[in-house]
Write a new protein. Structure first.
Lengths: 288, 398
């Protein structure tokens, strides 16, 4: 039983690291624009497909494909915000959230139109797991974990030390005050959406590297990502990471205790419990 | 208002309503006969639905070119069930209430069919499906349902025999929750335990992108063989994780999930050796060759073959019953599918014979197409295949 628990913990940490990337994107967008952007699942799917084209059709190495996924998902996300969602802003956050759901369906079906429903896999050999005593772990998972950590560090550095990152935090904190300081909140909002969307694209690619790609890839993790962001405190960047790890681990432990079919319920239960007990989430202060 | 005036207005109203209604009645008898296809164009059945819908459309075009049914053209309206019961039910309602179809052809996922059966039978619309879940034909469908897919219970038994044939003693059944999970596992268990073996089962969530923990759970039981009950996308995830976990036993899957798409998506050594089982279309029959020609592919999938048969049977049943309602199709479908008569393999041939007053017995692209009272097929052959060197190769048809 100890073996099973240890293994579930390792699996959970790795699943959490993969969830953390799109959760970061989701939370960053929420922090600045104050609406839940449900298009992130579809953006993750789009990013994964673009990375797949870069890797398989154009023969780029995986790292380059991830960069391509980031840039293209960023452009796509910013274009959606600029072209459609921003105009819905007058209708309030709910209208934008609904608009983002609609956009998600559009993106998903555009992907389906061009690529069909077939499964796609990256041009990578599938390696057997490495076994350490009772624990087994895949080389690709270790790579993905390192990628995920590196991206988290990069995001944290960007937000903490770059002037653009500081402007983003300023707008998230108080848009009016930031405006007085000469920051253009609209531009910052677009940059945030671009960065957040890019992160989703990268997250989708990492999930695709671990499994395979199909048009529902992003949609499948949307609930877990949303639960992670709510748990961590909507709009809180460290909260999103912490929330993602907790959700990843809890989902894996559920399999030990309950029939795996109930895993999906975990996300809902977490959202419910957080909203009832601590609506601001684990690390959120006033967001929520 | 005077009594006379009131009568005049009422009379004029009735006359007007009658005039408006008349063309509708006439139209119903002279316009095209509307039939719906409800196939999964998206979702986990998305790799089959489009070719199913195309097959029906093209087969209907051929019937129309040859003069249609009862002198009327067939109009096929295609809807997407998204492989989801909610979306399927909505689409079925649209086909029934707005398009006023006489029959719905092609529901694929058992969960979708289960949702659609009640509205069809209550509305008197005929439903032909390719779903295999045992309970479907036990629903109170009042005869408005036929299926050409062998039941999953039969498939469970065949899987058990297949696994025993590969010298397996401990068989694990790993599947997402579907309407046929329980009946299939029960049939598998019955077969395997009768031969002195044992079975375990694990139900997973098919939306997970990794099944590592589930795989660990399954492998703790040290199975010699694993029967995979999912659809293509989740089975791909399962197969990858079994490979990573160093599983060396035999793997068995449904032909509809371990298909070319899955094999192409996985590195060759990962899918190597997986056994698959699927209902076999009647390869070599003229009907099968017709489907192949209509779709422009060498070996059309079993579902396209099955919906081709559905359309042919429905067209001929309407011709025999001299009407276009679901009830007429229900009452006459067995008169053209079985019970002797001149053997035909296309509706175009069958319709000519029926017009000449002859009796027909349809044998189709998916098999003989004979039905029991509750709508199951009476005879089914299976294809046993194995993935070898990145290709699905035929072992036997039996």
């Amino acid at each position: 039983m100890v073996d099973a628990v240890l293994q579930a913990l390792v699996n959970g940490v790795i699943a959490g690291a993969l969830l953390a990337i799109p959760a970061l994107g989701f939370s960053a967008i929420f922090a600045v624009l104050r609406f839940p952007n449900f298009a992130i699942g579809a953006l993750a799917t789009a990013g994964a497909y673009i990375a797949w084209v870069a890797n398989v059709t154009f023969g780029l190495p995986i790292v380059a494909a991830i960069v391509v996924a980031f840039v293209s998902a960023a452009i796509l996300g910013a274009a959606l915000e600029y072209g459609a969602l921003e105009r819905l802003g007058r209708g309030g956050a709910l209208m934008k959230a609904i608009g983002s759901l609609a956009m998600a369906m559009v993106i998903e079906n555009v992907v389906r139109f061009f690529f069909g429903n077939d499964l796609r896999a990256f041009d990578l050999p599938l390696a057997r797991d490495l076994v350490f005593g009772p624990i087994r772990i895949g080389p690709q998972q270790i790579t993905n974990f390192i990628f995920a950590l590196a991206i988290m560090v990069a995001v944290w550095t960007f937000l903490s030390f770059s002037s653009l990152g500081r402007s983003m935090r300023a707008v998230a904190d108080n848009a009016d005050l930031a405006r007085l300081k000469g920051i253009n909140p609209r531009l910052i909002a677009l940059v945030t959406v671009a960065v957040g969307s890019g992160l989703c694209g990268v997250g989708g690619t990492l999930i695709g590297l671990d499994t395979s790609i199909d048009p529902l890839l992003g949609g499948r993790v949307l609930l877990s990502v949303f639960a992670a962001a709510v748990l961590g405190g909507l709009g809180s960047i460290p909260g999103a990471v912490a929330g993602a790890f907790v959700i990843g681990i809890v989902e894996e432990f559920t399999v030990l205790a309950l029939a795996p079919a109930y895993r999906l319920a975990v996300g809902f239960i977490v959202i419910l419990v957080v909203l009832v007990i601590r609506p601001s989430g684990l690390l959120g202060s006033k967001a929520g | 208002m005077t009594e006379i005036l009131r009568r005049h207005i009422l009379g004029a109203g009735v006359a007007f309503a009658g005039t408006v209604a008349m063309p509708a009645i006439l139209r119903a008898q002279t316009g095209p006969i509307k039939l719906g296809t409800l196939t999964p164009l998206t979702g986990s059945g998305g790799s089959y639905g489009p070719s199913m819908a195309t097959t029906v459309k093209k087969a209907a075009d051929e019937i129309n070119k040859a003069g249609g049914v009862l002198g009327r053209q067939l109009l096929i309206i295609s809807e997407d069930d998204q492989t989801s019961p909610e979306a399927g039910l909505r689409a079925a309602r649209k086909l029934i209430d707005i398009d006023k179809v006489s029959a719905i052809i092609g529901t694929w996922a058992s969960a979708v069919t289960t949702a659609v059966v009640p509205v069809c039978s209550q509305s008197g619309v005929f439903l032909s499906t390719v779903s295999g879940a045992e309970p479907i034909t036990l629903l109170p469908h009042q005869g408005f349902l036929i299926r050409t897919q062998p039941t999953t219970t039969l498939q469970g038994t065949k899987f058990g025999e297949f696994a025993l044939g590969a010298n397996a003693k401990t068989v694990a059944f790993v599947s997402p929750q579907t309407p046929f999970t329980d009946s299939q596992f029960a049939a598998l268990t019955k077969t395997v335990t009768a031969a002195g073996g044992k079975t375990t089962s694990l139900i997973y969530d098919d939306k997970k992108t990794t099944l590592r923990t589930e795989v660990d759970q399954v492998l703790r039981g040290k199975p010699d063989a694993i029967v995979m009950g999912g659809y293509t996308n989740d089975t791909a995830v399962l197969v990858r994780d079994l490979y990573r976990a160093n599983y060396r036993g035999s793997l068995f899957g449904f032909g509809y999930s371990v298909n070319k798409q899955l094999v192409d998506a996985l590195p060759p050594d990962v899918s190597e050796g997986i056994y698959t089982l699927s209902p076999s279309p009647a390869e070599g029959s003229n009907a099968y060759k017709n489907v192949s020609r209509l779709l422009g592919v060498d070996s059309p999938d079993t579902y396209s073959c099955q919906v081709y048969d559905h359309l042919n049977l429905i067209a001929m049943a309407m011709a025999v019953g001299k009407g276009d309602t679901g009830t007429i199709i229900k009452d006459n479908v067995r008169k053209v599918s079985q019970g002797g008569g001149e053997r035909v393999e296309t509706a175009v041939d069958g319709l000519k014979l029926i017009a000449d007053g002859k009796k027909v017995d349809y044998d189709g692209a998916s098999g003989p197409c004979d039905f029991t009272d509750i709508g199951d097929i009476t005879d089914a052959k299976f294809r046993y295949e194995q993935v070898k060197g990145g290709k699905i190769t035929l072992l036997k048809i039996a």
